[in-house]
Design a protein around this ligand. Structure first.
Ligand code: CP
Ligand code: NVA
Length: 299
């Protein structure tokens, strides 16, 4: 039984196979005879808000011929304290796969262990692997390959998206620079364990110099709202703006997982100037996740 919980757990070959399948599925879009998920129902269990992830999974599952069942964790008995392992054992008898967005990564791991159905991470506090698969698909489409490129992540270097970029750097062989304030950098033990070409700095311009990709995410991730004011102070200066873009290669791809907070982690002008890339990136969530589902099921 395969799951897709973190990039860390999968080989480079497996991740590349998913991206290949995603490209193929993207070109097959609209071909209604291709329905490898026919007869299957997948549950989407979300404890946090979502636009892109929810819609791309719901649409993707339907386009593959399956049915998607959206379940807000708040409305499930889970929200009243039913343990995740019981929820998993019930759903495991009724649906064919699960897509889970939650806070604690361990809940996702437990769901996969007890549910015994293919389980996908739709974002936890620890990692957001589907996002980074879509991002790499986007870089490949625009630059041919991500190998040997330089990706500079500016902002909350300890968040789920940054952590998944750390895993990706070691799997795909690119240089990752993370510009983040103290206290918001990737965990040192994790960096040691994962290896790869990752450099952490507090100098945004130094990180951006000559970069092929500039990437950012919100300063206040979901679940961190009580820290919003303090974070907004701490992250001042960790913004992608015109000055930072000028440090990068002229051909730079400016990327954002979205939702974006203009004037905070990125300026409105930079986001709008690079909106083609950013929204291609958002669209690729659909294609990359279809690739993940098909790879999980060998279909
Ligand atoms: N990027 C992303 O995961 O967006 P949503 O929170 O809207 O799903
Ligand atoms: N780091 C962000 C990603 C949103 C898609 C969060 O967890 O809120």
């Amino acid at each position: 039984m395969k799951h897709f919980l973190s990039l860390e757990e999968h080989s480079t070959n497996a991740l590349k196979a998913i991206l290949k399948r995603s490209e193929q599925l993207k070109s097959l879009r609209g071909d209604e005879t291709h329905q490898p998920l026919k007869g299957q129902t997948w549950a989407l269990i979300f404890s946090k808000s979502s636009t892109r992830t929810r819609v791309s999974f719901e649409v993707g599952i339907r386009e593959l011929g399956g049915r998607a069942l959206f379940l807000s964790a708040r409305e499930l008995q889970l929200g009243r304290g039913e343990p995740i392992r019981d929820t998993a054992r019930v759903l495991g008898r009724m649906v064919h796969g699960a897509v889970i967005r939650t806070f604690d990564h361990q809940e996702l791991v437990d769901f996969a262990a007890y549910g015994k159905i293919p389980t996908i991470n739709a974002l936890t506090d620890h990692a957001h692997p589907c996002q980074i698969m879509a991002d790499i698909l986007t870089v490949q489409e625009k630059m041919g390959t991500i190998e040997d490129r330089v990706v500079a992540f500016i902002g909350d270097g300890a968040c789920n998206v940054a952590t998944s970029w750390v895993f990706a750097a070691s799997k795909f062989g690119f240089e990752l620079r993370i510009a983040a304030p103290e206290g918001f950098r990737p965990n040192e033990a994790l960096l040691q364990r994962i290896g790869g070409n990752v450099r952490v700095t507090d100098d945004v311009r130094d990180a951006a110099r000559g970069a092929d990709v500039l990437y950012t995410d919100v300063w206040v991730s979901m679940g961190m709202e009580s820290e919003a004011e303090a974070r907004e102070q701490t992250f001042q200066g960790f913004q992608i703006n015109d000055g930072v873009v000028r440090e990068a290669k002229e051909s730079v791809l400016v990327m954002h997982c979205l939702p974006a907070y203009r004037g905070k982690e990125i300026t409105d002008a930079v986001l709008e100037a690079h909106q083609q890339t950013v929204f291609d990136q958002a669209e690729n969530r659909l294609h990359a996740q279809k690739g993940v589902i098909c790879w999980l099921l060998d279909i």
